[in-house]
Each structure stands twice: as structure tokens, then as C-alpha cells.
Design a protein around this ligand. Structure first.
Ligand code: URA
Length: 201
């Protein structure tokens, strides 16, 4: 039932993006256990994710898997998705090489309805946002930063329902900033305690 509803929502998003880009676009939809009480929300897929058609399977995904192990939960038990389901890219003016970039405001705006619908279908009790983009999209507040709210559970009303939001830094951020690793670990331990106290799995 949830699966059919998600498929229908995904099809609408695909149609909308095709009109927006006036072209076919490769999308990476949410993946995992649709009955999970816990949903992880990232920013947008990268190259490896588009190649494999699954979120968080590249380098950021490797870090994420390590973190999920610390939480004591199997990845298959969770539902994992992104705010933006296509890969935003930029091209180097020197080499012409393609690389990932942060989604822009318009790309996030056209994707927000769909992540709302996705969450209203899954109905999680806990949403773990990964990085600034997911945090701001869910709180509908462009001024919030992950530095202010990481590791703090927040009650959120969203898509006609409610859940607790637990903001984490993006798992890719420790690739670029090793100093964050300790902070990340502390946040994960807080998240693990929260999940155990609420018997979430
Ligand atoms: N980063 C994200 O935010 N999402 C992915 O799926 C991969 C990398």
C-alpha cells in the first residue's frame, strides 16, 4: 500500500522535473523499509548514487553505514532518502570536469512538496536530517544552520503529521573536516540513547 503510494508520488515528481528541465533526468528515489519508524534524509545524490540508483552508496554512504552501525541498527531496517532526487552538477571552467554542487533554492523548492508527501506516506516517528539542506527544508527555515541544532531532538509538525527531528551533520562533512568526527560521534551516541529510550527501531 505505502509502496504503491510512493510509486505514484515518485512518478509525479519525475513528470514535474521532466517539464522543469525540459529533458529526461535520472532520479534516485528513497530506498529501504517503508514501514520503518526512522527515516534518514540527505541532500541530493552524487555520481555513484545515480549510477546505482540508490541513495548513499558512494563515499558519503560509506561514512553513513559506519554511523548506522554505531546506532546498532541494520541499514535495511531504515528508510533513506534525499530532499532533491537528482544530482546537481557544476562544470569546471578550466577542465570542463563535472562535479557535485549544493542544490540551489529553486531545485529545493520544486522538490519540497515531494519529500513532504514521502514523509506523510511513511509516517516516521523519528527523522534524522543529514546536513543543512535537509534540516532547512524540514524546518522551513533558511536561516537555521546545522552548527546550531546538531544533536538536539526537535518536535516538528510536517505534512499533516508530526515527528521528532534529530539533526546530524552531513556524513560527507567529515570527509572534508576531520575535526568534526568527535562531534559526530557524540551526536550519534545521543541519537542512540534517544532511540533506545523511545524503543525506536
Ligand atoms: N549525499 C547525499 O546527501 N545523498 C546521497 O544520496 C549521497 C550523498
Amino acid at each position: 500500500m505505502k509502496k504503491q503510494e510512493l510509486d505514484a508520488t515518485n512518478q509525479l515528481y519525475q513528470d514535474k522535473l521532466q517539464k522543469y528541465f525540459n529533458d529526461e533526468v535520472s532520479l534516485v528515489f528513497g530506498d529501504g523499509n517503508v514501514d520503518s519508524e526512522i527515516v534518514l534524509v540527505g541532500e541530493a545524490p552524487g555520481k555513484t548514487e545515480v549510477e546505482q540508483g540508490r541513495p548513499f552508496v558512494g563515499q558519503a554512504g560509506k561514512n553513513l553505514e559506519e554511523f548506522i552501525t554505531i546506532l546498532g541498527i541494520a541499514r535495511e531496517k531504515l528508510y533513506i532518502t534525499n530532499v532533491v532526487k537528482f544530482r546537481p552538477v557544476k562544470y569546471s571552467s578550466d577542465t570542463g570536469r563535472e562535479s557535485n554542487r549544493t542544490p540551489n533554492k529553486e531545485e529545493i523548492r520544486i522538490s519540497t512538496d515531494f519529500i513532504e508527501q514521502e514523509l506523510s506516506i511513511i509516517k516516521p516517528k523519528l527523522v534524522v536530517s543529514l546536513g543543512n539542506i535537509a534540516l532547512r527544508c524540514i524546518l522551513k527555515d533558511d536561516k537555521t544552520t546545522i552548527g546550531m541544532l546538531h544533536g538536539t531532538p526537535i518536535d516538528v509538525k510536517f505534512a499533516g503529521g508530526s515527528f521528532v527531528l534529530f539533526p546530524l551533520y552531513h556524513p560527507a562533512s567529515i570527509i572534508y573536516n576531520r575535526a568534526l568526527k568527535d562531534v559526530y560521534l557524540q551526536d550519534l551516541l545521543k541519537l542512540r540513547d534517544y532511540m533506545n529510550n523511545k524503543s525506536l527501531h
